[in-house]
Design a protein around this ligand. Structure first.
Ligand SMILES: [Zn+2]
Length: 262
């Protein structure tokens, strides 16, 4: 469906009225392209809000099908979606939520063979995946291609959001995730089927990731370096963390590209 000025002013009227937002802000969102990797619990809340706010082009990448045990936390899906691909179902729901934006489904898992083909057209990548092999792959791709990555992680009642504004990279000057962890630690075994998850926590983390993307697109964020947010749902605490470049980091300080596909 074609979006004209009348539709824009009606559909987005309440957010356009915000201070420092206006029609210029809405047009920035309409002209932006965001890829969401993983349409699970984090991805579901991100997909709902980023489509509603009017991101002009949304890509959804996930090779999994909906299972009944997903429904308590993956709020895009209902009982009739069981057995269907999550990316395809997500795009179908986006079209009904906001038919004025473009959306594209990638019904496959992201791999080192396909990540450039899928992600190269997008300005920002939200990593909503549920495993650290994928998180490191997406992170390293972002670093090597100067593409901003916003990563979300959960563990039981806690969550994390990391913003890596790699589009600002000029001379390897931004600390990366491998400055903290240079490989996938065994303690990162956070399989939700074993450790448990309550849906609200990944929902909040997906929303935090979404708003970090919105802030970058609108120019609200003054952050030019990497930053992390640690969320504790029980204590209702959100703490910022920053870290320095690790001069032994194998991605951003030497042996560049070593980890891009492994
Ligand atoms: Zn590093």
């Amino acid at each position: 469906m074609v979006m004209n000025d009348e539709i824009i002013n009606k559909y987005y009227a309440k957010q356009i009225n915000l201070p420092n937002f206006g029609i210029d802000g809405q047009n920035k969102l309409i002209n932006s392209k965001v890829l969401i990797i993983g349409a699970g619990a984090l991805g579901c809340s991100a997909i709902l809000y980023l489509s509603a706010i009017g991101i002009g082009t949304l890509g959804i990448c996930d090779g999994d099908n909906v299972e009944i045990e997903n429904l308590h936390r993956q709020i895009l899906y209902d009982i009739d979606d069981i057995g269907k691909n999550k990316a395809v179902i997500s795009v179908d729901k986006i079209k009904r939520k906001n038919p004025y934006i473009k959306s594209k489904a990638y019904s496959r898992m992201i791999t080192c063979e396909n990540i450039n083909l899928i992600a190269s057209d997008y300005d920002i990548v939200l990593d909503c995946s549920d495993n650290y092999d994928t998180k490191f792959l997406v992170h390293d791709y972002g670093y090597n291609n100067k593409k901003t990555i916003i990563q979300g992680n959960i563990y039981q009642y806690e969550g994390e959001v990391f913003v890596f504004p790699f589009q600002n990279l000029t001379n390897c000057d931004i600390p990366c995730y491998r400055c903290l962890w240079d490989h996938v630690p065994k303690t990162f075994d956070r399989n939700t089927s074993i450790k448990g998850v309550i849906g609200i926590v990944p929902g909040i983390v997906g929303l935090l990731q979404s708003f970090e993307a919105i802030k970058l697109i609108l120019g609200f964020s003054s952050e030019e370096s990497s930053i992390g947010y640690l969320y504790n749902s029980i204590e209702c605490e959100l703490n910022k963390i920053r870290w320095c470049k690790n001069d032994k980091c194998k991605l951003c300080c030497r042996e560049r590209n070593k980890y891009i596909c492994g």
